[in-house]
Design a protein around this ligand. Structure first.
Ligand code: FAD
Length: 284
C-alpha cells in the first residue's frame, strides 16, 4: 500500500490500529525492502509512505468462483444458469424464466436469499420493501503483461488514487475504488488507471497496438449508507436479503455466507448477535 503524500495516511491510521488489535501485521517499508518484494516498482516515483500487509492476498475472482461453484456442486448444490428470477412472493415463492423454463416456472424453498446486487430493489419493490441502496459504477482495466520482471509479483494499492494493481496469471488488473454515477463518462477514470499503472510499474504491460488486447469496463455496485451490507430476514416471511456490498463484496461475502449458513443450520432462526449489525431494517 503506497501513499503519495502525507494527506491520506491519517485517514487510514484508525484502520491500521484495528488490524493491529486483530494481530494482523502491517509494517512500514523502506525503498530497498519494497524493491526486494516488488522488483518492477518504478525508481522515478518516491511515495511518502509504504505499508506492507504480508498476510494479505490477491485473488483471481473468476478462478475462485469456479472453484467455489464446483465445490458447492459436489456438496449437492444445484445451479440454474441462464435463468432470471422474474418475481418473488412474500412467502418466498420464486418465479424463474430461462433456458430450462421458457415459460416462467415457480419454485418454493424453506427460505429465499435475494443476492441480486443492484437488482434487488426491482424484485423486492413489489413486496413493499424499500431498500436503502445507492448504485454507483466502478471501473477496471485488464492488460497483457509485456515484461514479467517489470510487472507486480503480487499487488499494490495506491491509497492516494484509491487504485489497485495486481497480477492475475498472464495479465495485470488495475481497478479503481472511485465511484461514478451510472451514465457518467468513465473515460477520465480509465485514463487515470493507465496513468497509475505507468506510474508504479512502467513498461510492464502491453497497452498499445493491435496485439495489446487491453480491456476497460465498468460495473454497477450497490452501496448502503454505512458501507456494510444488508443481510438477514426481511419483514416478508421466507425472504432474506444479502446485498449492498459496495466495493468490498469479495472481502465480506465469504464471512457473511458462513453466518447465513450457520443461521440456516439452526432451522432458519437467524443469530441476532452475529447478524444484528447487518440487520436489513437498521435504517428504518
Ligand atoms: C472494478 C471493481 C473492482 C472491485 N474490487 C474489489 C476488491 O478488490 N475487493 C472486494 O472486496 N470487492 C471488490 N469489488 C466489489 C465486488 O465485486 C462487489 O462488492 C460484489 O461483486 C458484489 O457481489 P453481489 O453478489 O452482491 O452482487 P453482484 O456481483 O452484482 O452479483 C449479482 C448477481 O445477481 C444476478 N442477478 C441479478 N438479477 C437477477 C435476477 N432477477 N435473476 C437471477 N439473477 C439475477 C446478476 O446477474 C449477478 O450475477 C470490485 C468491484 C469492481 C466493479
Amino acid at each position: 500500500m503506497v501513499f503519495r503524500s502525507a494527506d491520506g495516511v491519517s485517514a487510514c491510521e484508525s484502520g491500521r490500529q484495528r488490524l493491529d488489535q486483530l494481530s494482523i501485521k502491517v509494517s512500514e517499508l523502506d525503498a530497498a525492502s519494497a524493491k526486494k518484494l516488488e522488483p518492477g516498482l518504478s525508481d522515478d516515483l518516491t511515495p511518502h509512505m509504504r505499508w506492507w500487509l504480508p498476510e494479505d492476498e490477491v485473488i483471481n475472482g473468476r478462478q475462485w468462483l469456479n472453484f467455489l461453484k464446483t465445490d458447492a456442486m459436489r456438496h449437492g448444490c444445484a445451479f440454474e444458469m441462464h435463468s432470471n428470477v422474474t418475481a418473488i412472493q412474500s412467502d418466498g415463492k420464486l418465479y424463474v424464466q430461462g433456458a430450462k423454463h421458457p415459460a416462467a416456472a415457480s419454485a418454493q424453498f424453506d427460505a429465499t436469499v435475494v443476492c441480486t446486487g443492484h437488482h434487488a430493489q426491482e424484485l423486492l419493490g413489489p413486496l413493499g420493501l424499500k431498500l436503502p441502496l445507492l448504485n454507483m459504477n466502478q471501473c477496471a482495466l485488464s492488460a497483457q503483461i509485456r515484461e514479467p520482471h517489470l510487472a507486480p509479483v503480487s499487488g499494490l494499492f495506491d491509497a492516494t488514487r484509491r487504485i489497485s494493481i495486481f497480477r492475475t496469471g498472464q495479465r495485470l488488473k488495475v481497478s479503481s475504488s472511485q465511484g461514478i454515477w451510472p451514465g457518467q463518462s468513465p473515460e477520465p477514470v480509465y485514463n487515470q488507471l493507465y496513468q497509475v499503472l505507468n506510474d508504479w510499474f512502467p513498461g510492464s504491460a502491453r497497452l498499445h497496438g493491435v496485439q495489446s488486447c487491453t480491456q476497460t469496463w465498468q460495473t454497477t455496485n450497490t452501496f448502503t449508507p454505512d458501507g456494510m451490507p444488508l443481510v438477514g430476514p426481511t419483514k416478508c416471511p421466507g425472504v432474506w436479503l444479502n446485498t449492498g456490498y459496495g466495493s468490498t463484496g469479495w472481502t465480506h461475502a465469504p464471512g457473511v455466507a458462513h453466518l447465513l449458513a450457520s443461521s440456516f443450520a439452526k432451522s432458519g432462526q437467524h443469530d441476532s448477535a452475529l447478524l444484528g449489525k447487518l440487520n436489513v431494517n437498521r435504517f428504518d
